[in-house]
Design a protein around this ligand. Structure first.
Ligand SMILES: *Cc1c(COP(=O)(O)O)cnc(C)c1O
Length: 380
C-alpha cells in the first residue's frame, strides 16, 4: 500500500465481486475473468485471489508484465490481451507460461524465436472482425496459418475477436456481422488442422447473446458490478450486478455562503440565496475529475449534495444547505454509499462525461482498502 498522502480512499468489496462472478458464471460456463489494467482499478492480485476462491480457473490480463505479476499467485491459464510488443514481453510469456494474443504478421516468429529449444507455448490468435483495433484481417488468415507452420513450438489454444458494440441494443445487426465473420475465420483455421477454443464475447455479449458464448467468454466490466446495459432497453439483462467499488473522503470545513457570493476558481457559481457549503477533501489530484465542476454530486450523511463551482486539486465545495449538522471529519462518498441515495458508477460516469470503466480505473488509483466479507462500513 502506498503512502497515504491524500484523504481519498477506495474500498473494494471482494464478496460483491465474487457474487458478480457467480452471477455471470450461471450464464456463461467458461468465463476468462478479465483483470487487465489492475483489474479495472480494483487491484489485480487481490481480485484474482478472491475470484480463484470462488471458482475462477482462467484470467486475461493486459500486458505480459501484468501476467508475470499474476503468475506469482496463480498457476492456471493467463491470457495476455495486448500480446507481445518487445523482446522483454517475448521472454516473459515463455518464462511465465502466458498465452499471448498474436495479432500482427511477424509476431509468431518473434515469439517462437524467444523460446527454449524444447517446449511449447500456447498462443491465441486475434482477428479483427469489425473493431479495427488489433487483429489480423480475415484476408490475412491464410498468412497466419503459414507463419504458424514455421513455428512448431507454438500451439494455437484459442481464436478470439472482440465485439465493438455488444452493449448497444440498437447495434445487434453489427454484432451479428462480426459473429458471422468470426465463424468463417474459425472454420478456415480449423480446416488447417488446428484444434482450439473459440472466444468472442465480453460482458455485454455474455448477457445479451447466449448463442455466441462458444467455448470461452471474457467478462470484464460486469465482474466489477457495472451493468453494460444501464439506461438501455436491455437494462434488465444486467439486473443483479452490484458495484464492488466505493470511494470515500471527509469534510474539511463547513461555512456559510451569503447570497451574492461566488465560490472557487473562476467564480463559476454564485449563491442566489444564503447557503451552507461543505469543503470536501477530494479533487482532480485524486482523479476526481474537474469535469464534475458544477455538475456532480456527493453523498454526505446519506444525502446528496451538489458540487458548487470548480473542482480544485484536492478540494471540492458542495451544497449542504438542506443538511443541517454536517461537520468537519464527516465521511463523504464520491462513489457508492449506503441506502437509496448511493451514487452509482453509471450516474457518476454520466456527470463526468465518460463510462464506468474510466471511473473505476481512475478512482481505483487512490489508496485501496479491501473488505473481505459482506461487512458494511456504514458511516464511520
Ligand atoms: C477489456 C476486454 C474485454 C472485457 O470487456 P468488458 O466490456 O469489460 O466485459 C474482453 N475482451 C477484450 C479483448 C478486452 O480488451
Amino acid at each position: 500500500m502506498s503512502i497515504s498522502y491524500n484523504k481519498v480512499m477506495t474500498r473494494i468489496h471482494l464478496a460483491t465481486l465474487c457474487a458478480n462472478y457467480q452471477f455471470l458464471q450461471k450464464q456463461a460456463a467458461q468465463p476468462i475473468a478479465v483483470i487487465k489494467a489492475d483489474a479495472y482499478g480494483h487491484g489485480l492480485k487481490e481480485v484474482a485471489a478472491a475470484l480463484v476462491e470462488t471458482g475462477a480457473r482462467e484470467f486475461a490480463v493486459g500486458t505480459a508484465g501484468e501476467g508475470a505479476l499474476l503468475r506469482e499467485e496463480f498457476q492456471g491459464p493467463i491470457v495476455a490481451l495486448l500480446g507481445t510488443m518487445d523482446k522483454e514481453d517475448c521472454r516473459q510469456v515463455w518464462e511465465h507460461d502466458l498465452i499471448p494474443l498474436i495479432h500482427r504478421p511477424g509476431q509468431c516468429r518473434e515469439i517462437a524465436e524467444a523460446g527454449p529449444r524444447e517446449g511449447t507455448l500456447r498462443v491465441a490468435l486475434k482477428f479483427d472482425t469489425g473493431m479495427s483495433r488489433l487483429g489480423f484481417s480475415p484476408e490475412e488468415s491464410a498468412q497466419v496459418v503459414q507463419e504458424l507452420e514455421k513455428c512448431p513450438n507454438l500451439k494455437v489454444d484459442m481464436v478470439c475477436s472482440h465485439l465493438a458494440c455488444a452493449d448497444e441494443p440498437e447495434s445487434e445487426e453489427f454484432v451479428r456481422v462480426q459473429a458471422s465473420r468470426f465463424r468463417d475465420l474459425c472454420r478456415m483455421i480449423g480446416s488447417q488442422g488446428h484444434r482450439f477454443r473459440e472466444c468472442l464475447v465480453n460482458s455485454a455479449g455474455i448477457l445479451a447473446y447466449p448463442d455466441l458464448h462458444l467455448d470461452a467468454q471474457r467478462p470484464g466490466i460486469a465482474l466489477y458490478g457495472s451493468n453494460p446495459f444501464a439506461g438501455t432497453a436491455w437494462e434488465a439483462k444486467g439486473k443483479g450486478l452490484i458495484p464492488a467499488m466505493e470511494t470515500v473522503t471527509t469534510v474539511v470545513a463547513v461555512h456559510e455562503l451569503q447570497k451574492g457570493r461566488s465560490i472557487s476558481y473562476g467564480r463559476t457559481f454564485t449563491a442566489d440565496r444564503d447557503m451552507r457549503v461543505a469543503i470536501v477533501a477530494a479533487g482532480y489530484a485524486d482523479n476526481y475529475s474537474r469535469g464534475l465542476s458544477n455538475v456532480g454530486q456527493v453523498l454526505v450523511r446519506g444525502r446528496r449534495a451538489s458540487i458548487l463551482g470548480r473542482v480544485c486539486m484536492q478540494l471540492t465545495a458542495v451544497d449542504v444547505t438542506a443538511h443541517p449538522g454536517v461537520a468537519p471529519a464527516d465521511p463523504v462518498h464520491l462513489l457508492g454509499g449506503e441506502g437509496p441515495e448511493a451514487i452509482s458508477p453509471e450516474e457518476l460516469a454520466s456527470w463526468w462525461g465518460t463510462i464506468t470503466y474510466e471511473v473505476f480505473c481512475l478512482l481505483g488509483q487512490n489508496r485501496r482498502v479491501y473488505l473481505r466479507g459482506d461487512e458494511s462500513e456504514g458511516q464511520q
